[in-house]
Design a protein around this ligand. Structure first.
Ligand code: ADQ
Length: 463
């Protein structure tokens, strides 16, 4: 079997909360031999072109240090102040500074320089996410003829949003340097195809469109998932039970409505709090009967928009507390920290309602994890945004428009009072779906398609 080379912005084990994804990719790598490559997390005075290798938990990990200036342009700048907001349709939150693009390309070229000496001709290379769109172009320039696949973890933007990104034509050409481009959802594949339609309309109207030759590159949706069996086991582990019992005691019979997110404007947190406020406003009888817990540890907090969303959320939580709290009852607990996967699993299992209401999200793994953690005899209800990739597969969730506070509040009410039989029925189908879309199946089907040794499973974007 060919070796597998995984490339992502960060190497595993250096992020605060190791999610299911890192675990799953490590498992895939362990089964195939190869290495994982990315930024070390450290800074250097001058750009480093030589990878350092170490073995962590039996896995080979290669990395390079970046200069502070390059990292700023590549990561906080082009990746997270332009690509992230634009791909999530938040053009109002983009901060376009043209020099950031140079840093973005420089880091991709540096990654390619550091990788090339360590590649063997039959290695399969799997590149992850929007930070590294140009990597295949850079590798091809260095005469790398290997199979190279790219997986986009976030949504693909609509044509207008794409057009607002500086150098978007180059980024599209970068995509066709890959053999396979994987998206989360059919919606993303449709958005990609739509760009071509958009340009044709432009031509018909007398404009000079940009024409993308897609060549042999295959574009396809591969929805990511979790490891539901492992997560279900985790949800009854001693650590999960400890969390479950502690919170259950504190709740004293109240129904827990739970949200777990990175603190990011794409997750729809102020809108979610506003919907909860509506729930309390419209249903006086629920006021002492429910309690919302929102866990949202800060992320990317050197970027201004992340400070703004943090302040907004503080103020929304304060508003609801001031409006509804009583000396012996608080409507909401807001926690800004990360928890171990087992503690989270215990909380998911306790929660009567799991709120996953992003304004736009590639997939959303919290939805998968919440389902997997439920007690089959007394499962909770998932309230899910139609704008999460997860909504394409989890049809038995209560699907909501997160921009509509009344609709979201009504779904929360339905979830809180839903009879046991209906909860069980919905949960059984959801769990079957979570199993069918496990992260192992995701990695296997992507790699099979990349190796060209299996018929592809989804719709492909015609040339
Ligand atoms: P994210 O935007 O980070 O991922 P998500 O898919 O929800 O979003 O993954 C979050 C992960 O972090 C989950 O595994 C969750 O358990 C964990 N997590 C969240 N809050 C936590 C906390 N307080 N403590 C500990 N762990 C916490 C991006 C895309 C998504 C896509 C994933 C994977 O934005 O759309 O689903 O990649 O492709």
């Amino acid at each position: 079997m060919s070796r597998l080379v995984i490339v992502s912005n960060r190497i595993p084990g250096k992020t605060p909360a190791a999610g299911g994804l890192a675990v799953a990719l490590k498992k895939t790598l362990a089964a195939r031999d190869g290495f994982w490559f990315g930024w070390s997390g450290a800074f250097a005075e001058t750009p480093q072109k030589q990878a350092k290798f170490e073995t962590v938990d039996g896995l080979r990990i290669g990395s390079v240090d970046l200069t502070r200036a390059d990292h700023q342009g590549y990561y906080a700048g082009f990746s997270n102040s332009i690509l992230w907001p634009a791909f999530h349709l938040r053009l109002d939150l983009t901060d376009i500074q043209s020099h950031w693009y140079e840093g973005y390309r420089r880091v991709n070229a540096q990654f390619a320089d550091a990788l090339v000496p360590h590649l063997r001709p039959d290695d399969i290379i799997w590149v992850h996410d929007y930070h590294l769109i140009p990597l295949a172009t850079e590798l091809r320039r260095r005469k790398v003829g290997n199979r190279i696949g790219f997986y986009l973890h976030i949504p693909f933007p609509t044509p207008d949003a794409l057009s607002a990104i500086p150098n978007h034509e180059d980024l599209l050409k970068d995509l066709v340097a890959y053999d396979l481009v994987g998206f989360q959802a059919q919606r993303d594949l449709a958005a990609f195809n739509e760009f071509g339609v958009h340009e044709e309309m432009y031509r018909a109207a007398g404009g000079t469109p940009f024409h993308l030759e897609t060549g042999d590159t295959v574009f396809e949706a591969f929805p990511i998932g979790s490891d539901p069996e492992a997560f279900a086991r985790l949800a009854t582990s001693p650590n999960a039970q400890k969390m479950y019992r502690k919170v259950e005691r504190a709740m004293n019979g109240r129904g827990v409505i739970l949200g777990v997110d990175r603190l990011d404007y794409s997750k729809g947190l102020p809108q979610r709090i506003a919907a909860y406020e509506k729930l309390l406003e419209n249903n006086a009888s629920l006021r002492r009967a429910v309690h919302m817990i929102q866990i949202a540890p800060p992320s990317r907090d050197t970027i201004r928009e992340y400070q703004v969303i943090s302040d907004e959320l503080d103020s929304a939580v304060g508003r609801v507390t001031g409006r509804f709290a009583e000396p012996d009852w608080l409507p909401i607990t807001y926690v800004k920290r990360t928890y171990s996967q087992s503690s989270l699993a215990g909380l998911y299992r306790l929660a009567r309602v799991g709120l996953v209401t992003p304004l736009r999200d590639g997939m959303n793994l919290v939805a998968h994890e919440y389902i997997a953690a439920q007690n089959p005899e007394n499962p909770g209800v998932l309230v899910l945004s139609r704008f999460a990739g997860a909504a394409e597969i989890f049809h038995e969730a209560l699907i909501v428009n997160p921009f509509d506070a009344d609709e979201t509040a009504e779904a929360m009410r339905r979830a809180v009072i839903m009879p046991l039989e209906e909860r069980k029925e919905r949960w059984h189908s959801l769990m079957d779906t979570a199993r069918a879309y496990s992260v192992d199946n995701w990695a296997d089907s992507f790699l099979a398609a990349l190796a060209g040794d299996a018929p592809s499973s989804g719709d492909t974007a015609g040339g």
